[in-house]
Design a protein around this ligand. Structure first.
Ligand code: SF4
Length: 484
């Protein structure tokens, strides 16, 4: 970054400090001010820019434990940040806003793209600080999630974000959680300076492949997105060493970095998406990859028409389940999907599907199986696997004990033995187990009613006809059942 930009940033921060003195003493001053003709007051801006931020899902606040030092406001202990989710699954515990929607870029999937005719506005650093402080004081929020469109240029936008965070931390003494977006294409030194003020940073991947990015977000490039990610990763590593030498060294992005990918706007398969996510976890040490089902907000021939089917929410859900398996259950993307089966089954979760394809590895004896294998049993979660390992040191476990430890037996019973015995006589047969697992009635998307887990054969069809004719027949070869 040139010295000129640095000077601009520093002088802006100084201006910010001067101007805020009065307004901090009277915190609501900014909130109630009304603008002159043609200028929006902060309420109007909040309405526009919080609405504009709703499609960004990369906003959970986990991963940092930093107490306030008693001189400012807020703290960042994990327990102090509650994760609450709105009806559509989005996290709402943070004040989630865009700094600006006056974006000069024209990403085809985005409601804020420059070619859209929407109401435009931008906050000032003072306004974001006042809103955050006032909302925090009123206990509405636990922290701030600040994203942004590109105002004038990536550098200018990043400067504004830096000035906002600088003021929030050093003038308002806000010690709560801040998640901020790094703007692709901005000067790395600006991103680095901002990283020392934020808890978490994210650079959105947006789309899984360079080709899709070229098609739908022509102003962005894979290089511009991956470069800041790499910088944050390297700086975080460096910072860890600094902290071991100097205990009070400033923390750089202590809650790590995350990213977001839009699902369903381009033709990539789940297999491709999951491989990208796995590479990001391994190569860039990301804390989270968020998947956002594509919501069609623009008419564009490059975008799929999803009006009737709606956003692919179940697909998003399956990807989150698989993501969980990658991060905590020691699965690899290659184990869950492959070129021949590139998409997740909508009827069964990825772990069940894997277990059904590997029945030769089951049932496992709960009193002897290692922790890694226990994690692969459908119905056994991360916590229950740890509880099992701990509890069995005291004696042999029974199925009743497993239930108390949180094991979901209606799933696990097909894959487990306790002291050499299964819970019920069960055949190790893929179709039989599949049918019984499907009877647990996982919520299915509209239109999936009456569909099958597998491609039906001619004989399956005959079985279906029998059942449809009120036959009570329920045999292992029967694949067609209505899902409730
Ligand atoms: S950069 Fe692209 S995705 Fe971000 S606000 Fe602008 S148009 Fe939307």
């Amino acid at each position: 970054m040139s010295d000129e930009i640095m000077q601009r940033v520093q002088s802006r921060a100084m201006d910010t400090m001067k101007n805020i003195k009065d307004s901090i003493q009277c915190g609501t001053k900014h909130i109630v001010q009304t603008g002159s003709a043609g200028r929006k007051n902060v309420y109007e801006k909040l309405r526009i820019l919080s609405d504009a931020a709703k499609y960004d899902v990369a906003c959970t606040s986990s991963g940092v434990d930093r107490k306030g030092d008693g001189t400012g406001m807020g703290n960042c202990s994990s327990a102090g940040i509650c994760h609450s989710f709105s009806a559509d699954g989005r996290c709402i515990s943070l004040l989630k806003i865009l700094y600006t929607n006056e974006c000069i870029f024209d990403c085809k999937y985005c409601v804020n793209r420059s070619s859209n005719d929407v109401e435009r506005t931008s906050f000032t650093p003072e306004e974001v600080c006042s809103l955050t402080m006032e909302f925090y004081r009123r206990n509405y929020i636990e922290g701030l999630f600040l994203s942004s469109g590109i105002l004038k240029s990536p550098d200018y936008t990043m400067e504004q974000i830096y000035a906002t965070l600088y003021r929030l931390r050093h003038v308002c003494n806000f010690q709560g959680y801040i998640h901020v977006k790094a703007i692709p294409g901005a000067d790395p030194r600006l991103i680095q300076m901002t990283g020392y003020l934020a808890d978490r940073m994210s650079v959105n991947m947006e789309l899984p492949t360079a080709e899709s990015l070229r098609l739908l977000a022509p102003h962005k490039s894979r290089k511009n997105i991956l470069a800041p990610m790499r910088m944050v990763q390297e700086k975080t590593k460096e910072n860890r060493q600094e902290i071991t030498v100097y205990r009070n060294a400033p923390r750089f992005v202590p809650a790590g970095q995350s990213t977001q990918m839009i699902i369903g706007a381009t033709p990539e398969t789940d297999y491709q998406i999951l491989n990208v996510a796995e590479a990001l976890y391994k190569k860039f040490e990301l804390k989270r990859v968020f998947y956002s089902a594509f919501v069609p907000v623009n008419e564009d021939k490059a975008l799929p028409a999803l009006k009737e089917s709606g956003p692919p929410l179940l697909r998003e859900h399956r990807l989150y389940q698989a993501d969980w398996l990658l991060r905590f259950y020691h699965f690899e993307a290659e184990e869950l999907l492959d070129e021949e089966n590139p998409n997740f089954n909508i009827f069964l979760d990825p772990k069940c599907c894997w277990a059904l394809k590997h029945l030769d590895q089951f049932p496992v004896e709960v009193n002897r199986a290692d922790h890694r294998m226990l994690l692969r049993v459908p119905g056994i979660g991360y916590k229950s696997a740890s509880r099992i390992v701990k509890a069995r040191r005291m004696g042999n476990l029974r199925f009743e004990d497993l239930k108390k430890m949180g094991v979901v037996l209606k799933r696990a019973l097909y894959f487990l033995t306790c002291q050499g015995k299964m819970m019920y006589p069960t055949r190790m047969d893929e179709d039989y187990i599949t049918r019984n697992l499907l009877n647990t009635k996982e919520r299915l998307p509209e239109g999936a009613d009456g569909m099958t887990y597998r491609q039906m054969s001619l004989f399956d069809d005959m079985n279906f006809t029998m059942q449809a004719g009120n036959s009570p027949a329920k045999g292992p070869g029967l694949h067609v059942e209505r899902m409730g």
